[in-house]
Ligand binder design. Structure first.
Ligand code: UDX
Length: 435
């Protein structure tokens, strides 16, 4: 059975490593963050992800997942090396390829002693990066290797399930030997009938950008409809989404209107793709609109607040949910954090709550807000409560609870998970539904 190295123990790298190791494959998980490697070695996930804890216990105890800081040790006997390092967004919106650059130079150094492995890029990278940076860096160091690009589609919050059951495996390679090695490996993990699409490297790189840009566009589209609905008495975005989603040409997923997309992928990938298109002389008008609609969604929420609360200065305002979506403690590009910052600027007295992500929120918001210890503690005496993340525990909030703990308040539900009839004390507004 193959021995595999995965470089980069973030969401994609660690989950993928654990899933491969679960199948009995020896997997070296490499990262240069000592704290991360220590935690993983103790079978602890460095971030919250459902199902990952027990899975790590299993593969660390059985010894199939071997966390290490030594790339040299890891790749000495590996036939496949997956690069899963981050490709964050630069301040100008373009993609920061520093980690990709560094790691491929290091792989090149270690490969001198290794035996013709295949290096697969799993990180999201702009077209030509795999060949022009990764392959070129390794080649400069004189190593003997095959090169492939295998994009990843797992979602945070369901990373383990997604990794166990990928809807498609894309293998981008430019030669048959490499393709056969990678295909054989994936078939050994996922079975002979798993769906595999073979393409060249540059198309594989583009598939990931196209995939994420399309989903982001679907969200911005439904948010556009939601904002129209807010202005038309009787209109309801969810009914419209249900109807258009029933059309098989459209499909029901990613039609949940809300505060706008956040997280570590969509904002960065849409922006990185726009930037890339401009570089090659094409103005991607549609993607710019997707991005602009998303960025404006926080203003839509603030407008709803201001229209209904008039002055927000010195008012106690509660934001429920700081994670960019439920079932994660990730606050990267979370619209909720942007909203809290805007509320702070306007002089509101902000309280926030999240079942998992408060510690991460503290890192960026410091002492500018009150951190509530429970949902009830969060809403107590609030003039307005804005629900931003669709955590299951918020679903039980009803009119009686708001009445008891706030006396009188405005509730803005950006995810439409509550079901409250407004009265003179509790004024309920659902984004995407007219009042
Ligand atoms: C996404 C892609 O789904 C995944 O394939 C890729 O590998 C990484 O990026 P992720 O960022 O984990 O995954 O979360 P996802 O569930 O896609 O949600 C992204 C954002 O869109 C969240 O802020 C979410 O709340 C929002 N969203 C999603 C909506 O507002 N409406 C929807 O209908 C779906």
């Amino acid at each position: 059975m193959s021995i595999v190295t995965i470089v980069g123990m973030g969401f994609v790298g660690l989950t993928t490593a654990a899933i491969f190791a679960e199948k009995g494959i020896t997997v070296y998980g490499v990262d240069n963050d000592v704290k991360k490697i220590k935690k993983i070695s103790q079978a602890e996930a460095p971030f919250f992800e459902p199902e990952l804890g027990p899975l790590l216990k299993n593969v660390i105890t059985s010894g199939t997942l071997k966390p290490t800081m030594s790339l040299q040790t890891a790749i000495k006997n590996s036939s496949l090396i997956f690069i899963c390092v981050g490709t964050p967004m630069k301040p100008d919106g373009s993609v920061n390829l520093d980690y990709i650059d560094k790691v491929s130079i290091e792989i090149g150094r270690c490969l001198k002693s290794a035996n013709h492995p295949v290096v697969c890029v799993k990180s999201t990278v702009p077209p030509k990066t795999t060949e022009d940076i990764v392959a070129s860096n390794i080649k400069k160091m004189g190593g003997n290797f095959g090169i492939a690009m295998t994009p990843e589609f797992l979602r945070e919050g369901s990373a383990v399930t997604d990794s166990r059951n990928p809807h498609l495996i894309v293998i981008g390679s430019n030669d048959d030997r490499t393709h056969n090695i990678v295909e054989e490996f994936f078939r050994s993990v996922y079975g002979q009938t798993t769906r595999i699409l073979h393409t060249n490297i540059v198309s594989a790189e583009l598939i990931k950008y196209a995939n994420n840009s399309f989903l982001a566009t679907k969200i911005s589209f439904v948010n556009t409809i939601a904002n129209v609905c807010n202005r038309i008495p009787g209109a309801d975005v969810d009914v419209i989404a249900q109807a258009i989603g029933a059309d098989p040409r459209i499909g029901p997923q990613f039609l949940n209107a809300g505060p706008g997309y956040g997280g570590s992928c969509f904002p960065k990938d849409v922006s990185g793709f726009i930037n890339y298109c401009k570089k090659i002389g094409y103005d991607p008008i549609l993607l710019r609109a997707t991005d602009a609609v998303n960025k404006r969604q926080v203003c839509t929420i603030l407008d709803l607040l201001r229209q209904n609360l008039k002055n927000i200065r010195n008012k106690p305002i509660t934001v429920l949910g700081t994670a960019f979506k439920k079932d994660t403690d990730d606050i990267r590009e979370s619209v909720s954090i942007k909203l809290v910052k805007e509320l702070n600027k306007s002089g509101a007295r902000v309280s926030i709550h999240d079942p998992m992500a408060l510690e991460n929120a503290k890192q960026v918001l410091g002492n500018k807000v009150r951190y509530a210890t429970s949902t009830i503690d969060a809403i107590r005496n609030a003039s307005a409560v804005i629900l931003m993340t669709d955590w299951d525990e918020y679903k039980s909030l009803d009119r009686t609870i708001f009445l008891k703990h706030t006396g009188k308040c405005l509730v803005i539900d950006t995810r439409r998970i509550l079901n409250i009839d407004s009265d003179k004390n509790v004024h309920y507004i659902a984004l995407g539904r007219s009042q």
